[in-house]
Design a protein around this ligand. Structure first.
Ligand code: TRP
Ligand code: SF4
Length: 336
């Protein structure tokens, strides 16, 4: 049965702890995809070195935070393969091979490259590794012959590059990989507390590991409609972050009701925020409970990652054996 299912693969960079933007924007969808697809999910720790190459002490703690939250969210290691990128050495091997055939121009015009190189202030991104980021991502995907890659809009250009690069390999060496497609399913967009994209580097994120009090403080201090100075001023829910949050946590009828109340100044921002915060904490409570269960089993999350990486390695090693054969790069037995 499992063999007839199409394969889905996605990864999350271990550049920070998991925040609500990651959870609602990606992970909730990954959990649903497990019903329909043969799923591979992984922590992209090598990718996080593009920013952490000078100090990588946070990579392992971030990896464990993300993996724990993935399990708490409902990624089921009995149905899906959950693994750690750096434990599967074939990612590096295919990355090297693909790098040799990637034209520089393709990489230089990727929008995330042009944007991040100026935006990120914590590390100098004028590096070979950062330029090659989408090449490693291509290796991540095609090693497993993934049909679909659930990603946000910002990653669509990376997927396009992955497809072009796959075609280039096929042009030189013949068909071998599945050409991956982005899977842009419905997901909730959650802005950061200041209205920009939720991100660790903007310091505007709510983390799944934040306790209730921290979440409350963050929500109560969030920016709302900047023109609404007094309780009696009518508000504009369309420019208010808190209202975007409400759309994630409340039923549509309730969203419409608050929309009207805000415009008519029938509700104040303090009460509105308290209500959104209550809904948010209610939604996160089951995750918290499962994280507490996981905390009682020390070593379990690490074991899941190691076991998942063993399963991933079997697939990846088979792909690399075929790549070497196709490129006439075998010198010994068993495709070596
Ligand atoms: N670039 C992705 C992100 O920042 C993470 C990632 C790495 C990824 N390798 C991948 C996503 C392969 C999908 C498939 O979100
Ligand atoms: Fe935003 Fe709610 Fe204040 Fe309206 S009442 S501006 S929706 S926080």
């Amino acid at each position: 049965m499992a063999e007839t299912k199409k394969r889905v693969l996605s990864g999350m960079q271990t550049s920070g702890r998991m925040h609500l933007g990651n959870y609602h924007g990606a992970v909730e969808n990954w959990v649903r995809l497990q019903d329909e697809y043969d799923c591979f999910f992984f922590c992209a720790d090598l990718h996080s070195l593009t920013m952490f190459y000078g100090d990588s002490t946070d990579v392992v703690p971030n990896t464990l935070d993300i993996a724990t939250n993935l399990l708490a969210a409902g990624i089921d290691p009995n149905r899906s393969v959950l693994f750690l990128q750096s434990l599967v050495h074939e990612h590096c091997e295919l990355f090297t091979v693909l790098s040799m055939m990637t034209p520089l121009g393709w990489l230089e015009r990727v929008p995330t490259f042009k944007e991040k190189i100026v935006e990120v202030e914590t590390a100098d991104l004028h590096t070979h590794g950062f330029l090659g980021y989408p090449v490693l991502q291509t290796a991540d995907i095609i090693l497993y012959n993934a049909h679909f890659v659930p990603v946000g809009e910002d990653q669509v250009a990376h997927l396009e590059l992955a497809r072009e690069l796959t075609r280039k390999f096929h042009f030189h060496h013949g068909e071998l990989f599945v050409e991956p497609q982005p899977l842009l399913t419905q997901f909730s967009r959650l802005p950061g507390l200041d209205g920009r994209k939720m991100s660790k580097s903007y310091n505007n994120a709510i983390y799944l590991s934040d306790d209730d009090e921290t979440v409350r403080k963050k929500v109560m201090n969030a920016v709302t409609d900047p023109q609404r100075q007094r309780r009696t001023d009518p508000g504009r829910p369309e420019v208010c972050n808190i209202h975007q949050y409400r759309k994630v946590y409340a039923a549509p009828e309730r969203v419409a009701e608050i929309d009207a109340d805000c415009r008519a100044a029938r509700i104040g921002c303090v009460d509105c925020k308290k209500d959104v915060c209550r809904l948010m904490l209610e939604r996160l409570a089951p995750l918290r409970a499962r994280r507490e269960d996981l905390a009682k089993r020390p070593g379990y999350v690490i074991d899941v990652l190691i076991e998942g990486s063993r399963k991933a390695s079997a697939v990846a090693a088979d792909t690399m054996r075929r790549v070497r054969e196709r490129m006439k790069m075998t010198i010994g037995r068993n495709g070596r």
